[in-house]
Write a protein that binds this ligand. Structure first.
Ligand SMILES: NC(=O)c1ccc[n+]([C@@H]2O[C@H](COP(=O)([O-])OP(=O)(O)OC[C@H]3O[C@@H](n4cnc5c(N)ncnc54)[C@H](OP(=O)(O)O)[C@@H]3O)[C@@H](O)[C@H]2O)c1
Length: 293
């Protein structure tokens, strides 16, 4: 665990910029930083959207002027890159370099450091973002997260209508509770750089699960007999498009289902950063049961 006696000092009066603050993970990061007494600024795309932080700057990650304004006076940045292409990130990286602000970047455990080419476009964009930040000498702390448990909230509509979750099949992953990732991120953001033992952390849950395993655990939490039905790629594609998902995202998800390998097991990095072992998906399902009914 990061030494709290050292991180209870001035860093708790830090000002932190959180990107993606309206999302499943970002809002948890904001809550934790605020609970630790940090000043939080968020970069938000809609002024009338949720305002989780005390302060917000209106703008897109691809808008250098908005990023420049958001960076003024902050001590660290929690950076997400939710786009499927890293080329629009060059301006953002230039702004980060000018501001010389420490960056904590949220990546994925699926990045393969040995591979010339990553398994699918989603992993490739994270590998490219990590490289862009390192090449700019920003010395980012990279938090590589496994699949967030909150992704399963996307099944809520199907589970309100019946007992079957159907969708594209994927390799098993060490599903991680987004609250654990947020705890780890907030610990890193509030730490002094010399407290960190490494610059890449692999954040996983405690077990490697298939989608069928996740649906079964949700069923136990909801006291219902639920099952997962893997769809052929063409059918999954048309369902996702009918649901209104953008085509490039749908193609990236299909590619991930075909090519992403199984997660390489679990790590203790959540515990090393937070002092607590990572929670189970079964626990997450109990805590979120109401959101599925
Ligand atoms: N989900 C996973 O399993 C997983 C695993 C590893 C890494 N990650 C990384 O973690 C990120 C967050 O995951 P999540 O589940 O919290 O996603 P999420 O709930 O979809 O949230 C995405 C956030 O990014 C914001 N955003 C999207 N495009 C933006 C843009 N062009 N400029 C500024 N903000 C933008 C969204 O703002 P709006 O409210 O305006 O849409 C929202 O706040 C992912 O994008 C991915 O890079 C995710």
């Amino acid at each position: 665990m990061l030494d709290s006696s050292r991180s209870t000092g001035a860093r708790h009066h830090s000002s932190i910029l959180v990107t993606g603050a309206t999302g499943n993970l970002g809002r948890e990061v904001v809550n934790r930083l605020q609970a630790h007494g940090a000043r939080v600024r968020s970069l938000v795309r809609r002024q009338n959207g949720p305002r989780p932080g005390a302060e917000s700057v209106l703008g897109d990650l691809t808008d250098p002027a908005a990023v420049r304004e958001a960076l003024v006076g902050v001590d660290a940045v929690f950076l997400l890159w939710p786009l499927l292409d890293s080329s629009p990130a060059h301006d953002l990286v230039a702004e980060l370099s000018t501001a010389a602000t420490p960056v904590v970047y949220l990546s994925t455990t699926a990045v393969d450091d040995e591979a010339a080419c990553q398994s699918d476009p989603i992993v490739q964009v994270h590998a490219d973002m990590e490289a862009l930040l390192r090449d700019a000498d920003l010395r980012p702390v990279v938090l590589r997260s496994d699949t967030l448990a909150s992704n399963t909230l996307g099944w809520a509509k199907q589970l309100r209508a019946g007992d079957v979750v159907s969708g594209v099949g994927t390799a098993r992953t060490a599903v991680v509770d987004e609250r654990d990732v947020a705890d780890a991120a907030s610990a890193v953001l509030l730490a002094h750089h010399d407290q960190l033992e490494q610059d890449v952390y692999m954040l996983t849950g405690p077990e490697v699960l298939s989608r069928a395993d996740q649906v079964a655990r949700l069923g136990a939490a909801l006291r219902r007999r639920l099952r997962f039905q893997a769809l052929p790629a063409d059918l999954a594609r048309s369902h996702m498009l009918e649901d209104g998902r953008p085509e490039p995202l749908v193609e990236a998800l299909i590619a991930a289902s075909r090519r992403r390998p199984e997660s390489n097991g679990t790590t203790d990095h959540v515990e090393r950063l937070t002092g607590r072992p990572a929670g189970t998906f079964a626990r997450w399902a109990v805590d979120h049961a109401a959101e599925f009914s």
